[in-house]
Ligand binder design. Structure first.
Ligand SMILES: Cc1ncc(COP(=O)(O)O)c(C=O)c1O
Length: 396
C-alpha cells in the first residue's frame, strides 16, 4: 500500500528491512495449477509419529500452562546430555529452550548487540542473520564466500580482516543455507582465536549441524562448541526443525554462557514468555528417541542430494556441485543473472518453484536454490520441468 508522508509508519530500521523474495516468487505462482515447490527450507514429510504422539499425550494430560522462561527442566536436561554427547561437556545452565531457531537468533542478538554496534555476517546467507542485527539498530558488513572449482569456500583472511577491533558480533551459519558450505574446524579455530583476542561475540547458527555429509563417522558438522569453553563469548543456536522435521512446532534452543541466563530469561519473558509446554514435551521425545530417525533422515537426504546433483549436471548450462551440508543445491543456471525474474518465470511457465539466489544477498545473484528434502521421484519431475524450460528457450 502507498503511504503518504503523514501516514502512520514503522520506524526507519524496520521499513528498510528486506522483504522475502521467496515469498515474491511464491506469490507469482498463485493460480498456477500443480506447482512443484522446492523453494522453502523444509521437508515434504510430516514429523515422525513418536513425536506427534508425545505432544498429543501431553495435551491429553492438560499440559497447557506457561513454563519456566528458559524451558522445562527435563527438556533442558536431555538437551544438555545431547549436546554433551555431540560436542563435549555442557551443563543445564548452558541451555535455554526457545521458540525455534528464528527466535533463538533474535534473542542471541538482543543479548549482545544494540544501536550503533557493528556486526559481520558471512554470505550468501538466509536473510534473518543479516536483518536481525539491523532491527536492533546495528550495522552489518557482509563477507562473501567465494565460488570456484571446489564449490563455496571461505576466504579466511578476508573474514578476519573484517572482524576489526570494536566489532561487536559475528553472525555465522554452518552448514550454510543456501550454499551447503560447511566451515572447517581449522577455520573455526582461527575465527575463535581472533574473536577471543578482540572480545567479539560469535553467534553460530548450527541448525543444520546434523544434516552433514562429511566424514561418515561424524554425527554432526564441526561446531564452535567443539572448540570453545562454555563460558566464553559464543552462543550456538539450534532447532528441532531440521533434524526431527518439526518446522511447524517452533521449538529450538541455544547454548550460551551461564552468566547470560538471567538476562536471557528476562528477554524470553518480554518476547514469548516460554515455548509452548506440550511442544517442549514433544521435544523431549525427539531428543530421547529420535537418533535412529535422524540418522535415517540424513542417509535419505544424502541420497537425494546425490540424485538431484547428478540429474542437474546433465542439463545444458547448469553448474552444480554437491555440498557437504544442509539440504539445498545452490547452482548456476542460464538466466539466473537476474534470479528473481528467472524464478518467477520458472514458476509461471514451468510450474517449478525455486528460490532466487538474490534472496540470500547480492552475492547469491547468478544462482538458484533447490531444496532436495523430498522423494527422488518428485525431484525427477522437477528436473524434467527445468529441462523442458531450458529447451524451449534454446539453451543447449
Ligand atoms: C540458517 C537457518 N537458521 C535458522 C533457521 C530457523 O529455523 P527454525 O526457526 O524453524 O528453527 C533456518 C530455517 O530455515 C535456517 O535456514
Amino acid at each position: 500500500m502507498t503511504a503518504t508522508s503523514d501516514s502512520p509508519q514503522a520506524r526507519h530500521a524496520v521499513r528498510t528491512l528486506r522483504s522475502s523474495q521467496i515469498r515474491e516468487v511464491a506469490n507469482a505462482g498463485f493460480g498456477v495449477p500443480d506447482v512443484l515447490p522446492f523453494w522453502f527450507g523444509e521437508s515434504d514429510r510430516v514429523t515422525p509419529p513418536f513425536i506427534r504422539e508425545a505432544a498429543a499425550e501431553a495435551l491429553g494430560r492438560g499440559d497447557t500452562f506457561y513454563t519456566h522462561n528458559l524451558g522445562i527442566a527435563p527438556l533442558r536436561e536431555v538437551l544438555a546430555r545431547y549436546v554433551s554427547g555431540l560436542h563435549g561437556a555442557t551443563s543445564v545452565e548452558n541451555i535455554a529452550v526457545t521458540s525455534a531457531g528464528v527466535n533463538a537468533l533474535m534473542l542471541a542478538a538482543q543479548l549482545v548487540t544494540g544501536a550503533g554496534d557493528r556486526a559481520v555476517a558471512v554470505t550468501p546467507l538466509w536473510p534473518n542473520l543479516v536483518e536481525i542485527p539491523k532491527i536492533l539498530g546495528a550495522t552489518v558488513e557482509t563477507v562473501s564466500l567465494s565460488y570456484g572449482e571446489r564449490g563455496w569456500t571461505l576466504d579466511l583472511e578476508r573474514l578476519l580482516s573484517a572482524l576489526t577491533p570494536g566489532t561487536k558480533l559475528l553472525m555465522i551459519n554452518s552448514p550454510n543455507n543456501p550454499t551447503g558450505w560447511v566451515m572447517t574446524r581449522d577455520e573455526q579455530r582461527a575465527v575463535l582465536d581472533h574473536c577471543r583476542r578482540h572480545g567479539i561475540w560469535i553467534v553460530a547458527d548450527e541448525v543444520y549441524e546434523r544434516l552433514y555429509y562429511g566424514e561418515a563417522v561424524e554425527r554432526a558438522a564441526p561446531s564452535f562448541l567443539d572448540l570453545a569453553s562454555r563460558d566464553e563469548r559464543v552462543i550456538c543456536v539450534n532447532s528441532f526443525s531440521k533434524a526431527w522435521l518439526m518446522t511447524g512446532w517452533r521449538l529450538g534452543w541455544m547454548v550460551a554462557p551461564p552468566t547470560l541466563m538471567d538476562d536471557l530469561g528476562k528477554l524470553v519473558e518480554y518476547n514469548t514468555s516460554c515455548a509452548p509446554s506440550f511442544v517442549q514435551q514433544a521435544g523431549i521425545a525427539a531428543v530421547e528417541h529420535g537418533e535412529p530417525f535422524t540418522r535415517a533422515l540424513v542417509a535419505d537426504l544424502r541420497a537425494s542430494r546425490d540424485h538431484l546433483a547428478a540429474a542437474l549436471a546433465q542439463l545444458p548450462g547448469v553448474d552444480v556441485k554437491a555440498p557437504p551440508g544442509a539440504m539445498y543445491l545452490f547452482f548456476r543456471l542460464p538466466g539466473a543473472q537476474e534470479s528473481l525474474s528467472l524464478c518467477k518465470a520458472l514458476v509461471r511457465d514451468a510450474g517449478l518453484g525455486l528460490a532466487p539466489g538474490s534472496a540470500f544477498g547480492r552475492e547469491g545473484e547468478g544462482f538458484v536454490r533447490w531444496c532436495y528434502a523430498c522423494d527422488p521421484a518428485r525431484l525427477d519431475r522437477g528436473v524434467e520441468r527445468l529441462a523442458g524450460y531450458l529447451k524451449a528457450r534454446g539453451v543447449r
